[in-house]
Design a protein around this ligand. Structure first.
Ligand SMILES: NC(=O)c1ccc[n+]([C@@H]2O[C@H](COP(=O)([O-])OP(=O)(O)OC[C@H]3O[C@@H](n4cnc5c(N)ncnc54)[C@H](O)[C@@H]3O)[C@@H](O)[C@H]2O)c1
Length: 333
């Protein structure tokens, strides 16, 4: 294939350098440790390298060396889409790198979005700081407290003027409510689950609307689960809160539609996150869910994030008030 062996050597050296450079720049950092995604990343790199290799064959060795930086930059461009270029999106609910919110943030950033993160409290901030180093992008917001929501979104308005979307990936119920029979539900436990996991979406949309924070068009996405429709073991008050959340999506979509703000829910398949470990027998729930996917493989937070990116993009201006399943078919069976 290569007529000039020096040229081939230089190109090979350059090629070896590219993934390292990307790693250093943090472009694929954070998704590397998970083996399944690592394989996917390697596959992507391989494909991109083959594409690059074809282009590089046309350059002389000197041109190759002189263009190292450009080659790396163009590699970066090849690895990214652009459906969210120029969009600013608030992501609520990153607890750590396993969070669904983190998958959404990563996939949206890959599509060109600027991400603004809100965190619940100082403990969550510490965890988030391991993933994001720009302090300006991090804002405290406890959705149990109206004042905190107002402060957070006023700060977002001051720092970023307008945003194009909000991802609400927040839920909470007391551990004792996520075990056994629904007949054991307490009035207070029920109310807390509703407040944090369902009402908070309305509370956030209300403040964003009052502050005129959202652009035209804009998109709000929340995360729900199949337990809203089926009686999933131990899910109890959270299933009821998710049903209310999905209904809230429809009412919000109706009332924000005039401003061309879309509101949708992603019904995600089971993923092992911090929130899930609060459910009694969560290992069984995860196994049962995996066994019911169409290919026997769990859905990943990147797959959920990609659908979130679509719902945040102008490709989805015709979709509102809906619940989109990203569960690899678990809800079908
Ligand atoms: N993991 C799953 O299997 C699964 C499936 C479908 C839907 N979901 C939903 O996805 C969303 C994200 O959960 P996850 O599974 O990524 O878990 P996670 O634990 O990573 O995220 C939950 C987030 O909620 C935040 N939160 C809780 N109370 C809050 C409050 N008062 N104020 C602000 N933030 C608060 C936590 O700080 C955390 O960041 C939740 O709505 C969850 O119900 C999860």
């Amino acid at each position: 294939m290569w007529k000039d062996s020096t040229k081939a050597d230089k190109a090979a050296e350059l090629m070896q350098m590219v993934p390292q450079a990307l790693l250093k720049q943090g472009i694929i950092e954070g998704i590397i440790p998970e083996s399944e995604k690592h394989q996917q990343t390697c596959k992507n790199i391989e494909q991109i390298l083959l594409k690059r290799l074809n282009k590089l064959q046309k350059l002389s060795p000197n041109q190759l060396l002189a263009n190292r930086k450009n080659v790396i930059e163009s590699f970066k461009e090849d690895n990214m889409g652009n459906i969210l270029t120029g969009k600013k999106i608030v992501v609520m609910g990153v607890a750590n790198k396993r969070s669904i919110a983190w998958g959404c943030a990563q996939m949206m950033a890959e599509q060109g979005a600027q991400i603004i993160y809100t965190y619940q409290n100082s403990r969550m901030k510490k965890s988030l700081q391991r993933l994001v180093d720009d302090e300006d992008q991090l804002i405290e917001c406890d959705v149990a407290d109206d004042e905190s929501i107002e402060q957070a979104f006023t700060t977002i308005k001051k720092r970023f003027t307008k945003v194009d979307g909000i991802v609400h990936a927040i839920a909470f119920a007391k551990k004792e409510e996520l075990a056994g029979s629904i007949l054991g539900a307490s009035r207070k436990g029920y109310a807390i689950a509703q407040d944090i996991s369902s009402y908070s979406l309305i509370a956030v949309a209300k403040v964003a609307n009052q502050l005129n924070l959202l652009n035209n068009p804009a998109s709000i996405v929340t995360l729900t689960y199949f337990g809203s429709e089926r009686a999933i073991p131990n899910y109890n008050v959270m299933g009821i809160a998710k049903a209310a959340l999905e209904a809230s999506v429809r009412y919000l979509a109706r009332d924000l539609g005039q401003k061309r703000i879309r509101v949708n829910a992603i019904s995600a398949g089971a993923v092992k996150t911090l929130a899930v470990t609060g459910i009694k027998g969560h290992d069984d729930l995860l196994k049962m869910s995996q066994a019911r996917t169409v290919d026997g493989e769990d859905v990943t937070i990147s797959e959920i994030g990609n659908v979130c990116a679509f719902l945040m993009s102008d490709l989805s201006t015709g979709v509102t008030g809906d619940t989109i399943y990203v569960d690899k078919g678990v809800h079908l069976i």
